[in-house]
Design a protein around this ligand. Structure first.
Ligand code: PLP
Length: 422
């Protein structure tokens, strides 16, 4: 199986190479050169998440040096529960927040870390990652657990929740966390500049753990495969999926799961007040905007990098609209959804998942799966005042909260980061 660049000038390569490069050499993103079509086996709806992931990911690893390791990687990466719960009779929730950092980012980060750990490497390899909230923590946890590769995390100062910050900053010397004076797009820009800088390339063998990396995108597909198979088996209908979306990696993985033949009727890009994708669906125009800070901070992205993969798959908006749609939800709507769902159903959503729940209320056709992307306890400062009670803290988060934090402050330019790292 080969992967090509969305910009079509870089050479195609196999999965190991694509994972190590992150971004293709022509600046594009890797996508499958040819799409496998899965023949779904009758027992698949009953497989465990780890077992199903081996089946779903196998074609993407065919002929690659990681192929032999895939079983072991999946088994180790996905060793936590992935509940799919019915909410009424035409909606289900896919709970992706029972990994070590209680966010869906654990799926991709753990898989990526285990892949990189199996690949030959240089001494000065380093993971460089920008985070809008959850990627950094998931990456730090995964790389600390499975590898001895050093990690550098950039996060927007003051724009992530206190517990998210805790999850970035407690990992000791091998994981350095930098609070950047700027927003998430500034952090992403810094990472891109570092990757393109000859000075950095001389000094470090950089790998990216951002959601552009195939090592994160591919395992995220499995969540939608797992939930859609189960939903279809239980309800006899093809569900649509509603995906809380920021950088659009998760939504792309849902489109890819659909593309290779799994029963997903439609993919909804559920955005916060950052409206680039929503605007594109409505007008066909892509307009640069400033990032807006919202209660769903892990989705505060003004230019979703992964949208290049959406356009690669569906260059025509008309075709895209047959399989997908986009919504944009305000902070007020997030709060209202959290309150009413708690009051009426004792269902508690994190601010990101609340966006998907709010979109569900607006959709009139039946059979939807809501992707719940983070545990509410990570956002207690937002949620507890809304519901007027304390949220129980999951044990792994409780353990992390007792550790000592350390972070360093830098300005949003490469010089400032260099001063700390070179
Ligand atoms: C990262 C994140 C998202 C958005 O995922 P993308 O792949 O960037 O679109 C949604 N919810 C939570 C909790 C996240 O951490």
């Amino acid at each position: 199986m080969k992967f090509r660049s969305t910009r079509k000038t870089a050479k195609s390569c196999q999965i190991s190479e694509a994972i190590q490069q992150g971004l293709a050499t022509d600046g594009g993103l890797f996508v499958p050169q040819d799409w496998p079509h899965m023949s779904i086996q009758p027992e698949w709806p009953r497989l465990s998440f780890a077992k199903l992931s081996i089946e779903v990911l196998r074609p993407f690893f065919t002929g690659d040096q990681l192929e032999k390791k895939l079983d072991e990687i999946c088994t180790r990466a996905f060793d936590f529960p992935v509940p799919v719960q019915d909410l009424g009779n035409d909606t289900a929730v896919l709970e992706l927040f029972y990994g070590p950092t209680n966010a869906f980012k654990d799926f991709g980060a753990r898989f990526l870390a285990l892949c990189l750990n199996e690949l030959p490497r240089t001494l000065n390899r380093m993971v460089l990652v920008a985070t809008s909230g959850d990627t950094g923590g998931a990456g730090a946890a995964a790389f600390s657990e499975f590898t001895d590769i050093p990690v550098v995390i950039l996060y927007p100062k003051g724009k992530i929740s206190p517990r998210q910050e805790k999850q970035l900053t407690v990992w000791g010397n091998r994981v350095r966390a930098f609070a950047v004076n700027g927003d998430f797009d500034d952090c992403q820009k810094l990472v891109k500049e570092a990757f393109n800088s000859p000075d950095w390339r001389k000094r470090f063998d950089l790998v990216s753990a951002n959601s552009i990396n195939l090592g994160r995108l591919l395992p995220q597909m499995v969540g939608f495969v797992f939930a859609s198979l189960k939903y279809q088996a239980d309800h006899g209908a093809e569900p649509g999926v509603i995906v809380p979306t920021g950088n659009a990696g998760h939504a792309v993985s849902a489109l890819w799961a659909r593309k290779i033949g799994f029963p997903i009727r439609k993919v909804i890009f559920a955005h916060n007040a950052n409206q680039a994708v929503y605007g594109y669906f409505r007008s066909g125009q892509w307009r640069a905007r400033k990032t807006i800070a919202t209660l769903a901070n892990a989705m505060d992205v003004s230019e979703p990098s992964n949208f290049e993969r959406v356009l690669d798959l569906y260059p025509s908006l008309e075709e895209l609209k047959k399989v997908a749609d986009a919504y944009s939800i305000t902070d007020d709507q997030i709060c209202a959804t959290v309150k009413t769902e708690w009051t009426l159903h004792r269902q508690l959503w994190c601010p990101h998942s609340a966006i998907a729940a709010c979109v569900r209320q607006q959709l009139t056709d039946p059979h939807w799966i809501i992707a719940a992307t983070a545990h509410p306890a990570k956002f207690e400062t937002v949620l507890e005042p809304l519901i007027g009670s304390k949220i129980e803290i999951p044990i792994n988060l409780k353990n992390l909260l007792s550790l000592k934090s350390k972070s360093e402050l830098v300005n949003a330019n490469l010089k400032s980061l260099q001063a700390a790292l070179f």
